[in-house]
Design a protein around this ligand. Structure first.
Ligand code: 2HA
Ligand code: ZN
Length: 275
């Protein structure tokens, strides 16, 4: 079948548009990548072209050798993906060393995969290993409320996790392992990719101070849902801090322990400190 007829491609495009509608993708902000399954690659092979030039990734991901990814293009607008996917997104192949990629489909008017390709691929490499191959989606968005919080909360995993858990009862169930925080760094390169992928060993969410967020998940629904849940919790925290900086009441460490028992999740004690 044609690439655009494949369900995984349609799910990818829908997710880009959902993110745009949330207001997380001003201009060319944000990027999305999906590690394609073998049978999905087989289903679209008629349109793939294997003569493109190999290009350097800018980092090394041997754990992803010979994998295929659907990714948004550098400088492309999420707003336009649904209207002109062939111009905005592409399928890439990673070579056997994990150091180079080539484009097999898409970006028909030229261009490169996302400027955050090193972060996407290093996160994929870690998550593929840790989840036993289950995680396939890495999503980067410029989520307004999380970004606002990086100016007023200490940039510590424990603080972001605990404050966001307290804002909505479902949060510790949706992201029980917590949230990591990367202090401000230059985006687009290997250094921020290394810092982010290190956090992805422990967490499914990494905040980039004064920039946005990265989420990892098994499929489009789970990964979009994770981004949405964290950002909604951040919105509640921003509203709460704006109304009255001190809480009159909240969810307590004991409440979290009860929730963990009933919902069969493990909540690391490092987040349940006494304030
Ligand atoms: O413009 O979001 O981090 C794309 C980005 C870079
Ligand atoms: Zn960004």
């Amino acid at each position: 079948m044609k690439v655009l007829e494949a369900k995984f491609v349609q799910g990818f495009i829908r997710m880009c548009n959902d993110g745009w509608e949330q207001g997380w993708h001003e201009r060319n902000g944000g990027n999305l990548s999906y590690r394609i399954k073998t049978d999905e690659m087989e289903s679209v092979k008629e349109e793939l072209v294997y003569t493109g030039e190999w290009q350097e990734i800018g980092t090394k991901v041997p754990g992803l050798a010979k994998e295929f990814f659907l990714v948004t293009g550098s400088g492309k607008y999420f707003r336009n993906v649904i209207l002109d996917p062939k111009d905005s997104i592409c399928i890439i192949e990673i070579d056997e060393t994990g150091e180079n990629y080539r484009i097999l489909w898409g970006l028909e008017n030229g261009g490169r995969p996302t400027s955050e390709l090193p972060s996407h691929l290093m996160n994929h490499e870690v998550k593929k290993e840790i989840s036993g191959g289950k995680h396939r989606v890495i999503y980067h968005a410029h989520t307004t409320n999380i970004i606002a919080l990086t100016f007023v909360l200490p940039l510590k995993d424990e603080v972001f996790t605990r404050e966001l858990w307290e804002m909505a009862t479902e949060c510790p169930v949706v992201f029980p392992s917590g949230i990591g925080v990367v202090s401000w760094m230059v985006p687009g390169g290997r250094e921020i990719a290394v810092a982010t992928s290190r956090l992805m060993r422990q967490y499914d969410v990494a905040v980039w101070a004064h920039h946005g967020m990265f989420c990892s998940g098994e499929d489009f629904d789970l990964t979009f849902g994770l981004m949405h849940t964290v950002e909604k919790s951040a919105e509640i925290l921003v509203k709460m801090l704006s109304m009255r900086p001190e809480k009159l009441q909240t969810i307590t460490p004991e409440n979290f322990r009860s929730l963990a028992a009933d919902f069969h999740v493990t909540l690391p004690e490092k987040f349940l400190y006494e304030k």
